[in-house]
Design a binder for this molecule. Structure first.
Ligand SMILES: NC(=O)c1ccc[n+]([C@@H]2O[C@H](COP(=O)([O-])OP(=O)(O)OC[C@H]3O[C@@H](n4cnc5c(N)ncnc54)[C@H](O)[C@@H]3O)[C@@H](O)[C@H]2O)c1
Length: 254
């Protein structure tokens, strides 16, 4: 018996990095998955890997921009209909852009908030009716170590992730009596598309970051490190965990 046998799972940001690794982890544990991302090429790579590893027959991919309200409404409805319900929502989609705060335009700030924070809210709002009708429903959101520790040049990103933590606490409390759990993962120092090029300003002062290296391991960890924690949280192994953050950064921040 696999932990995700019969579980119906919707994962955003599934065309790259941690979202893609989570798709493969949940397929490997028996789940049925709708993998959504704005990037069609990334989703093709996710599907090709699933076809090679096994579990591809339990995967459907869907191009979706989580910051587009109408598209989220249609996309979540299609996912719920295809899966015959919904038990787990993993909101991994996100963008990182860095800049000096005094040079950050409103469009730049709003773009990061609208994808990371508003997009996470829209996905949750549209998925909630199906989740509350599901079995042991779980929402896994993505915060970041930048929400709780100083990451210069990332004011918009850090604010969006702090907002996601607050949103997670609110829904965890609001729907607990209906059996829903809501948890954040707060990764840091994980290899992904995002950390390959965080887009720091050319004149960024490295001394402002302090020591941004994991205390354990040999540098940044692979995205499967986070996927394993998500699988634990979204399964019955995480049944007594809700309304909190799990930091996964190899001890970068202690
Ligand atoms: N890698 C790290 O160290 C780290 C640290 C803290 C938080 N995170 C968070 O982890 C999550 C996954 O990021 P990752 O590190 O795997 O990076 P990634 O760039 O590899 O993956 C992010 C995915 O989100 C998708 N995406 C972007 N905008 C979208 C939109 N509007 N609609 C739908 N999909 C969209 C991208 O196409 C991409 O496939 C993000 O929320 C990120 O903020 C990562």
């Amino acid at each position: 018996m696999e932990r995700f046998d019969g579980r119906r799972v919707l994962i955003t940001g599934a065309g790259s990095g941690i979202g893609q690794a989570t798709v493969h982890r949940i397929l490997a544990e028996g789940g049925r998955v709708v993998a959504a991302d704005i990037d069609a090429a990334g989703l093709r790579a996710t599907a090709e890997r699933a076809a090679a590893d096994g579990g591809g027959d339990r995967l459907v991919t869907a191009v979706l921009d989580i910051s587009d309200e109408a598209a989220v409404r249609t996309g979540v409805a299609a996912a719920v209909s295809g899966l015959g319900g919904l038990d787990v929502l993993v909101n991994a989609a996100g963008i990182l852009r860095a800049s000096h705060t005094h040079e950050t335009g409103l469009d730049f700030f709003n773009k990061i908030i609208s994808v990371n924070l508003t997009g996470t809210f829209l996905m949750i709002r549209e998925a909630l009716p199906a989740l509350l009708a599901g079995r042991s429903p779980v929402v896994v959101n993505f915060s970041s170590t930048s929400a709780s520790f100083a990451h210069p040049y990332m004011a918009a990103y850090a604010a969006s992730k702090g907002g996601i933590q607050s949103l997670t606490h609110a829904i965890a409390s609001e729907y607990a009596k209906q059996g829903l759990r809501a948890v954040c993962v707060a990764p840091g120092s994980i290899q992904s598309g995002m950390t390959l090029d965080p887009g720091l300003p050319e004149d960024a002062d490295p001394s402002l970051f302090g020591k941004l290296l994991p205390a354990i391991g040999k540098g940044f960890a692979g995205p499967e490190t986070v996927a394993g924690v998500i699988a634990m949280l979204a399964s019955q192994d995480g049944a007594f965990i809700t309304g909190t953050e799990i930091r996964i950064d190899g001890g970068t921040h202690m």
